[in-house]
Every structure is written in C-alpha cells, then in structure tokens.
Design a binder for this molecule. Structure first.
Ligand code: CP
Length: 326
C-alpha cells in the first residue's frame, strides 16, 4: 500500500501507480462505508478546493463540491467565463495565484489540443495539487469510479473478465475521446481483457492505443481493436458503450457530424446486450443520448449500473482529495 500521496497531481490515468490506485480505492471503500452509516469524516477541515470549469458538468461539479463539504472543507465553483481568463490571466498565472488561495485546484478543460496542455501548465506553476476533472485526453476520475463499480459488481479480482469499450452513435454533439482513452489505459492494470470497438474513422490517439497495448502486455491481459459493435459485445462481462467524436479524422464539427450520422445503428439495445455474457453489466458515464446512443430499455434495465457508477464518482474523488490535499 502506497500511502504518501500528499501534494500529488492526478492528471493522466497513469500518474498514480497501480499500487497507488489500490490505496485510493481502499480509501474510497472506507469513505463509502462511513457515508452509509453516517460517520463523520472531516479529513479536510478548513481546506479549500478551487474548481475551474471551461465546460459544462452535472456529475463532476456536484460530486466534487458535495465531496469537499463532506470532508469538512469548501469547494469554490469557478466558471472560466466569469473570470478574467479571457482578459489575459494565463495558465501559469492561474497556477501561481489559485495555488496560493486553495489547497487543491481541479480543472475541466475539454478543448481538443488545448485542455491537457492547460492543466499541465497550471500544475507546473501551482504549489497546490491539481486534479483533472476531464480534459481532451483523459477523464481519470470517471475511470476510477468505473473501476470501483466494476469491482463492486464483478469482484476485486478482474482477471480474465472482458470489458468492451465501444463507440455508440449520438446526435447531440461530438463528445470528447477522454473516457474511452482513460478506460483502455487503466483497465489492463487491473487484469481486464479490453476490446476496443469503433467505426474506423473514430480511432483514438495512436500513442494512447499503443500505451494501452503496452499496459496489456505488461499485465498479461488481452487487448484487441475491432470495428463491429456486435463482435465487440460478444461474451463481454462489462459493456461500456458511449459516443465520441471522430477527432483524429477531422476536428471540423460539420464534417464530424456527417461521419457520425453514417453509424446510426451503433446503438446499445437489448438484442446487442444478448450477445454479451448473461451476467454482463451495462455502463455509461452519462449524460447519454437516450434511445439514440442506448435504448431506455437497456439504460433502465436490470443490467444497467449507471447510477451506482455515477455515485462512485463521489467516493473516489473524496479519496483522492483526502490523500492529496491534507
Ligand atoms: N460523466 C461526467 O463527467 O458527467 P458530467 O459531464 O455531468 O460531469
């Protein structure tokens, strides 16, 4: 168990070693139990978190804000539009200044080819730890909540369990690629065989796919890429199907939407779920395009764990804050 995480940033999924992630999950289980029995746990009394958003959020904002209060501290919600960032505050200045006001800085910045650089620049200048609430490349806290949920449903030993990380059609907007990228990086470390499934134009960043393959080799797990939704679902223990934009093919939203519209049959429905293991769980980070990305029958059905998954955001984030911000 690696216990000294004070002051550490969590920006990429692999910033914490496997052992450090195990520590974080141990703390998350303990915090979940404490909340269940109403046991106070004010580990961060008088501490503050600055939460800087460049992009909208429901779960991330609410779970960080509530989590910080439950730990006895305070979280400040800051929207980039209501700051002086557009009038000249640079990322380095934000790191220097917010790092002096707050005991931790959390940032969501999903702009393609901008967000991750921004967060790293803030982190380099900040004396307080920086937590990535989602960027263009990674969504580490979503992925930690996903891992916790899979362990709850499938047991702590996930060796030889198959997760399919599948693209799905959505019509609302071109969603970031950070969720599937985080999943394929983290899950091999915990023994899961990963199948990544997408139409050819929806590939992920080549360096992330290569790193995921390297992680799978290191941990002796399976990793494959297929381009057929049904093939991906076959015999899966965990179905994780969501939409993302074809950003590696085009970052033009009009061209991207046109590409996306070619694949409207990539919907998670009861027929496709039947291809998975009969005990398979269905996961989605939300928000989903209901009856477009996934049918309501699946989303609200017995295999869906989406609400437990959303709840676990709270517990893993509290664990990360308690470990890094004291
Ligand atoms: N899953 C997730 O990050 O949700 P929000 O965008 O609502 O924060």
């Amino acid at each position: 168990m690696q216990t000294f995480l004070r002051g550490r940033d969590l920006i990429s999924d692999l910033d914490f070693s496997k052992e450090e992630v195990e520590t974080l999950l141990d703390v998350a289980w303990d915090l979940k139990r404490k909340r269940a029995v109403g046991e106070p746990h004010p580990y961060l009394r008088d501490r503050t978190l600055g939460m800087l958003f460049f992009f909208s959020s429901t779960r991330t904002r609410c779970s960080f804000e509530s989590g910080m209060a439950q730990l006895g501290g305070h979280a400040a919600f800051i929207e980039s539009r209501t700051t002086q960032i557009s009038h000249g505050d640079t990322a380095r200045e934000i790191g220097e200044i917010l790092g002096r006001y707050f005991d931790g800085i959390a940032i969501r910045h999903c702009d393609w080819k901008v967000g991750n650089d921004y967060i790293n620049t803030v982190a380099a200048a900040s004396r307080a730890p920086v937590l990535n609430m989602q960027c263009d490349i990674y969504h580490p806290f979503q992925c930690l909540a996903d891992l916790m949920t899979i362990q709850e449903k499938k047991g702590r030993d996930l060796r030889r369990k198959k997760i399919v990380v599948s693209w799905a059609y959505a019509s609302s907007y071109l969603k970031p690629i950070s969720v599937p990228q985080s999943l394929i990086l983290q899950m091999p470390r915990f023994g899961m065989d990963v199948t990544l499934s997408y139409p050819k134009e929806f590939m992920l960043m080549p360096e992330i796919e290569e790193e995921a393959k390297a992680q799978a080799r290191k941990y002796g797990t399976g990793f494959e890429i297929v381009h057929d939704m049904e093939e991906g679902f076959r015999d899966a223990d965990v179905v994780y199907a969501k939409s993302w934009g074809p950003l590696l093919t085009t970052d033009d939203p009009v061209a991207g939407k046109k590409l996306q519209d070619k694949y409207q049959d990539w919907i998670t429905d009861a027929a496709k779920m039947k291809l998975a293991d009969p005990g398979a769980i269905y996961m989605h980070p939300l928000p989903a395009d209901r009856d477009i990305e996934v049918t309501s029958e699946v989303m609200d059905g017995p295999q869906s764990v989406v609400f437990d998954q959303a709840e676990n955001r709270l517990h893993v984030q509290k664990a990360a804050m308690a470990l890094t911000m004291w």
